[in-house]
Ligand binder design. Structure first.
Ligand code: B3K
Ligand code: ZN
Length: 852
């Protein structure tokens, strides 16, 4: 496959101001007729991208022509003038489209997915984000099978035809790139609502699902209305069309898609009721509904010039949805969750063979670049700008960005320039964050100068990443405070900006002993190496007034204990301090349950592994279980009380009740780890009596790693109760794939042959195969069979759905982090995959990059 480079960007030779599409829809066969008004921008032939398309007919200015050729799938025409009308006709087979890109069938529905390059699987077109067109779409289908016909924009006509067919015509007045095109046909039920914008326009809102799912769309609709109001209030952005529709589909490659006026969602991010969705599912729905809605401005009104600019829309939109979610619930807890996710996915990516800058330089397959780096690190860059300039100036910057680039295809540079001008800040050095991969490491150490001034010595370095051996310093904003150890008082908080490789900063005068609180709120996406003694961390765990920093201090104690335990079998004083810190939080009535639950959670096994030179999965697991048992036993009474608190109250969806449920789940896991006598019975009791999925599933999760008889009882009951609901069955597969039992590989192999398992559905494949890949203990268990199984599944899936297959590769790409035998066995599987004939471009690129 060939490599596409950012430096090779050229403006389009031809543009397409207007396009009319005519779909004659059917699952087995769909005919697409396209009419493109093309305008020349440069002396070159017209190249219309195509992927797997065969032209049935081609016309230029109304005349049939044979003067075309196919070049690597694209339709090439030499046209004489500067403006022509080009018409093409192709036939598609949605039913056999297992890639789920382009037009495909899901359940009884027909739907599209075009980002990034799926539109070329529907019709011949300059399928690049800098070609913006006005679309007119006519959909024709059998009325009984496909009573609902949706596309972007406004409905401008509909009616019946002969032979039981009907049609609908949609017109989208906003010019858009082809990746935002969407069409849906199916037997769908609507939840309808409306929203009145700040300027008084009424928008008709519709969420479309199968009829039986309609009752489970209330939370998504509520989230949509809150998002619309939030974007008006916080960013001054109003919705622009008369209609906003969302359709939920079962088979979808990722979370959702922001098509103009017609978002298409994975059912997972729409459907919820208390009996089937956990609180974190509810949160995920609110966040993704908001994210796709926010794209209407950050992505659709202002789109990307080319795919190297992907983070322009994704990083910014993640930052926006994080702000929305923070405002909905507890900002501190939300920040902790976001940082946990960053460390779980983006940090390892940035430290491994797939590391790439937020604005990449090259790719083979753009689908492989919808990564945690583009999304989550991209959001952290925006957050740093926000931190540097403050909310007011940030808003002036974002206003200017939207004003300047409305209707355009922009670049990351355009965003930075708009921020510089609008927020009055010099971001010259900050631009390096966009081009440099790798997570900076910051060493921080305080020293006392004679006159009582405390100074902070900082040093930054970024490890080499593939293709980037030498790194420059980046500007790192560090929210920093000192505490007086004797009184517990905070002495000062300041925003320290580390711009050079090294710097020393005076923090102020402090008479007595101090504790250093740094990178508060996780103000920069870095790895902090602060030379702090256990008792200093313990102090911060008890006294820091920044909840995130307090959480970090507790996690720091836990990590220290775990790393020591793995290294030497001993855990020094850090384990005792961690035990005490958790106890103190449990006893502190001022802390809310959600925060305590987050802070009491142990670092994940893979995050512990990330701290070590050579990852030892079993030793890590044992150390973690050992610390878990200690924390469990030390606070048995408190855990029991937290597990029971409010258990008999009926379900409520309030922040307090959510926090209580979260802590209940954590408490139950600690009770099981402590081998409290009745823990398994207690878990089964919670499982059986729960009137909601959060409590039921936290009980099941706690039991699934145990040998207790209650485990099978719960697993069986769960399947019987929820077997008819695909999303809940995904949980059943996933929880077993994540189990810490030694027979997990066997279980997963058996489940892969279960009649309810299929690789064709991405949610199901991710639950079982993705869940297994993320299970460090099980994947690396015997250093061979797990890798082979994972590689086999990836290869099988690649034949159906390359995009989803390629996303399962990263766990194997971490081979360098493991001991020799494991590394060799993992590499052998990567090599076997690479040798397999007929690999997709997606999988080839991921495997190829993972090998060296
Ligand atoms: N923009 C889409 C992602 C498309 C992924 C294509 N491989 C969803 C989102 O980020 O909102
Ligand atoms: Zn997005």
């Amino acid at each position: 496959p060939k490599t596409i480079r950012r430096e090779d960007y050229r403006q389009p030779d031809w543009i397409v101001p207007d396009v009319a599409l005519d779909f004659d829809l059917g699952a087995e066969r769909t005919v697409v007729r396209a009419r493109l008004e093309v305008r020349r921008q440069a002396p070159a032939p017209l190249v219309l991208d195509g992927d797997g398309l065969v032209p049935v007919a081609v016309r230029v200015d109304g005349q049939a022509t044979e003067a075309w050729r196919l070049d690597g799938g694209a339709l090439v025409l030499d046209l004489p003038g500067d403006a022509h009308v080009v018409e093409t006709e192709v036939a598609l087979s949605p039913q056999t489209n297992t890639q789920l890109m382009g037009l495909y069938a899901s359940g009884g529905l027909l739907c599209t997915q075009c980002e990034a390059e799926g539109f070329r699987r529907i019709t011949f077109f300059p399928d690049r984000p800098d070609v913006l067109s006005r679309y007119r779409v006519r959909l024709v289908a059998d009325k009984a099978r496909y009573p609902v016909l949706l596309s972007n924009g406004d409905l401008v006509g509909s009616g019946d035809l002969d032979d039981g067919r009907h049609f609908a015509e949609w017109h989208d007045p906003f010019p858009k790139p082809s990746y935002l095109f969407a069409a849906v046909a199916g037997d769908l039920a609507e939840r309808r609502d409306s929203f009145t914008t700040a300027s008084g326009r009424t928008v008709q809102l519709g969420i479309w699902t199968r009829a039986e799912d309609r009752p489970r769309t209330a939370h998504a609709m509520e989230s949509l209305k809150l998002s619309m109001a939030w974007d008006e209030r916080v960013y001054g952005r109003e919705y622009d069309l008369g209609i906003f529709n969302i359709v939920a589909v079962n088979d979808f490659n990722f979370g959702a898609m922001e098509n103009k006026g017609l978002n298409i969602f994975n059912t997972r991010y729409i459907l919820a009721d208390p009996d089937e969705a956990t609180d974190s599912d509810y949160d995920g729905i609110a966040a993704v509904v908001a994210h796709e809605y926010f794209h209407n401005w950050s992505g659709n009104r202002v789109t990307c010039r080319d795919w190297f600019q992907l983070s322009l829309k994704e990083g910014f939109t993640v930052f926006r949805d994080q702000g929305f979610s923070a405002d909905l619930g507890s900002p501190a807890v939300r920040r902790i969750e976001d940082v946990r996710a960053l460390r779980a996915t983006q940090f390892p990516e940035d430290a491994g063979p797939l590391a790439h800058p937020v604005r990449p330089e090259s790719y083979m397959e753009i689908s492989n670049f919808y990564t945690a780096t583009i999304y989550n690190k991209g959001a952290e860059l925006i957050r740093m700008i926000h931190t540097l300039v403050g909310p007011g100036r940030f808003r002036q910057g974002s206003d200017l960005y939207f004003e300047r680039h409305d209707g355009e295809a922009a670049t990351c540079e355009d965003f930075v320039v708009a921020m510089e001008v609008g927020a009055q800040v010099d971001l010259t050095a900050f631009r390096r964050w966009y081009g440099q991969a790798g997570t900076p490491r910051v060493e921080a150490r305080i020293a006392r100068v004679e006159d009582g001034t405390v100074s902070l010595a900082l040093r930054q370095s970024t490890p080499p990443t593939p293709g980037q051996p030498d790194k420059s310093p980046v500007p790192i904003p560090l929210r920093t405070a000192l505490f007086d150890r004797a009184s517990g008082a905070r002495l000062a908080e300041q925003l320290v900006l580390l711009e050079d490789a090294e710097a020393t900063v005076a923090l102020g005068r402090a008479p007595g002993d101090v504790a250093l609180s740094i990178n508060r709120g996780f103000s920069a996406p870095i790895v902090l190496v602060a030379d702090r003694a256990t008792d200093e961390l313990a102090f911060l765990a008890a006294h820091d007034d920044d909840p995130f920093a307090r959480y970090e201090a507790v996690q720091g104690l836990m990590l220290e204990a775990l790393v020591d335990r793995v290294a030497s079998g001993d855990a020094g004083g850090a384990a005792d301090a961690a035990v005490d810190a958790v106890g103190a939080m449990l006893a502190d009535p001022a802390l809310d349950d959600a925060f305590v639950a987050e802070a009491a959670l142990l670092p994940s096994e893979s995050f512990i592994g990330d701290q070590m030179l050579v990852v030892e999965p079993l030793a890590i697991h044992d150390a973690r279980e050992w610390l878990r048992a200690r924390i469990g036993r030390a606070h048995l009474a408190a855990w029991r009380e937290r597990q029971e608190r409010g258990a008999n109250q009926p379900f409520a969806y309030t922040p307090e009740a959510k926090g209580r449920r979260r802590l209940r789940g954590v408490a139950l896991a600690y009770l099981l780890a402590a081998r409290d006598t009745d823990a398994a019975a207690r878990a089964l009791d919670q499982f059986q009596r729960a009137d909601n999925m959060t409590d039921r599933f936290s009980a099941l999760s706690a039991l699934v790693g145990s040998d207790a008889a209650e485990r099978e009882t719960a697993l069986d009951a769960f399947r019987v109760r929820h077997g008819g609901s695909p999303l809940v069955l995904d949980k059943w597969f996933g929880v077993q794939a994540g189990s810490s039992r030694s027979d997990t590989l066997e279980t997963v192999v058996r489940l892969s042959r279960d009649p309810d398992f299929t690789l064709a559905n991405p949610n199901r494949a991710r639950a079982l195969i993705g869940g297994f890949g993320a299970n460090q203990l099980a994947l690396h268990d015997d250093g061979g069979a797990g890798y082979r199984f994972l590689a086999d599944q990836i290869l099988q899936l690649d034949r159906l759905n390359p995009q989803t297959a390629a996303r399962l590769v990263p766990p194997l790409g971490r081979w360098r982090r493991f001991g020799e035998a494991r590394a060799a066995a993992m590499r052998a599987q990567l090599e076997r995959m690479l040798r397999t004939p007929g690999l997709s471009r997606d999988l080839y690129e991921q495997v190829f990059r993972s090998i060296d």
